[in-house]
Write a protein that binds this ligand. Structure first.
Ligand code: MG
Length: 376
């Protein structure tokens, strides 16, 4: 079966406060929408992101991504219809429809819905209501309500693709969710167990609760890297990707960029994936004179493949000369470009070793680096 998820992100989310629509606000280090999208990546075959026509920055940002983009409609149902339309030529058999404002949805919940769709036309997570229910006016209880048989509806709500397309086409509008649309078309919907952590961010205080939930399964990794290269003949050195004039050069199999090597090894270290020598053996002639950018890019890609994002790197160069200070900013910018990070996530600094040891005698340059990676 070919599966897809439609992430409905076209709302303006004003109840959550903060001015910016809630899907673009930060939550535990990234935006709500990024958390939500990551939950579905690798689980379904296609992801449609439904964006407001007003979110021009988001359109620009996601244009070249793996995501399919659709424009929001006049209401939520219109947005879903546009999302379904974006899948028209993808031979999708099952589709999940999910609110972008539920970033804490677990992979288990998503998979549970998909499994049930193998044998049911529709399935959606619901939580049996356990609190007593009241009716009330502004501040007084006016009655009680029997809670038996009541469920709190969650998403992703899953459907056979053709059936939900037909149901949305036929529906007159005004439905609370896609389950209501499906039921109006006679589709039976199975309830799969919901998850109390799968909250919908609605009010300002929901951000704090979502961060607490995210925090409980946060996987943060540190790695260190250390490298040394010896001075030899030459008229420049390459440090953190920047060519620095000097009366000597650094010797090495590659371009001998000792700073970039330490950063690369720090990333490999955080991933427990060995070191540069293991991935790019010095015995292999193809890496002779290679730009170290190749190594760093490889480490960054490996981190991404393993589901980690780099939170920051810090690199210290140890040498008497050349002086690093005048070049440090350019080094930060160059490494952040290679790693697709912001410059404020990349630190390059330097120290001398008080003329002690091999760095003090200017026999070579040493570098140490630390990288912090966070599971996406
Ligand atoms: Mg090296």
């Amino acid at each position: 079966m070919t599966t897809a998820a439609i992430i409905v992100a076209a709302g303006r989310g004003q109840r959550a406060g903060g001015g910016t629509p809630k899907q673009w606000r930060a939550l535990a280090g990234k935006r709500v929408a990024d958390w939500t999208l990551n939950r579905f990546k690798g689980v379904v075959d296609h992801i449609v992101l439904v964006l407001s026509p007003d979110d021009t920055e988001a359109w620009e940002e996601f244009r070249d991504s793996d995501l399919l983009l659709a424009s929001g409609g006049n209401d939520r149902a219109g947005s879903v219809r546009n999302g379904l339309q974006a899948l028209a030529d993808k031979s999708v058999s099952q589709v999940l429809i999910h609110d972008v404002a539920r970033p804490c949805v677990s992979e288990e919940t998503i998979r549970n819905v998909l499994v049930e769709l193998e044998t049911h036309a529709a399935a959606a997570p619901g939580l049996a209501v356990t609190d007593a229910l009241w009716t009330g006016d502004e501040n007084m209880v006016t009655g009680t309500q029997d809670r038996s048989g009541l469920f709190a509806a969650q998403t992703p709500q899953g459907f056979r693709y053709d059936a939900i397309v037909a149901a949305h086409t036929a529906h007159p509008g005004g439905a609370a969710d896609d389950v209501e649309v499906a039921r109006a078309a006679g589709i039976e919907v199975l309830i799969v167990p919901g998850d109390a952590d799968n909250l919908k961010i609605t009010r300002p205080e929901d951000f704090a609760r979502a961060e607490r939930i995210m925090g409980t399964d946060m996987d943060v990794r540190l790695g260190n890297g250390y490298d040394v290269h010896r001075f030899g003949d030459g008229d420049h050195v390459i440090l953190c990707g920047v060519k620095v004039p000097h009366d000597r050069g650094l010797q090495g199999h590659s371009d001998a960029d000792v700073g970039m090597h330490a950063v690369t090894d720090a990333i490999y270290g955080a991933l427990a994936q060995g070191d540069i020598g293991q991935h790019f053996p010095p015995s292999d002639p193809q890496w002779k004179g290679a730009a170290s950018e190749i190594f760093l890019r490889h480490a960054v890609e490996l981190a991404e493949q393993m589901g980690y994002r780099i939170s920051n790197v810090d690199c210290t160069l140890v040498c008497e000369y050349p002086k690093i200070g005048p070049h440090a900013q350019e080094m930060r910018e160059e490494m952040s470009r290679i790693m697709a990070l912001r410059a404020d996530q990349v630190s390059v600094k330097a120290t001398t070793s008080e003329r002690l040891g091999f760095t003090g005698r200017s026999e070579g340059i040493a570098s140490v680096a630390t990288a912090c990676l966070v599971k996406s």
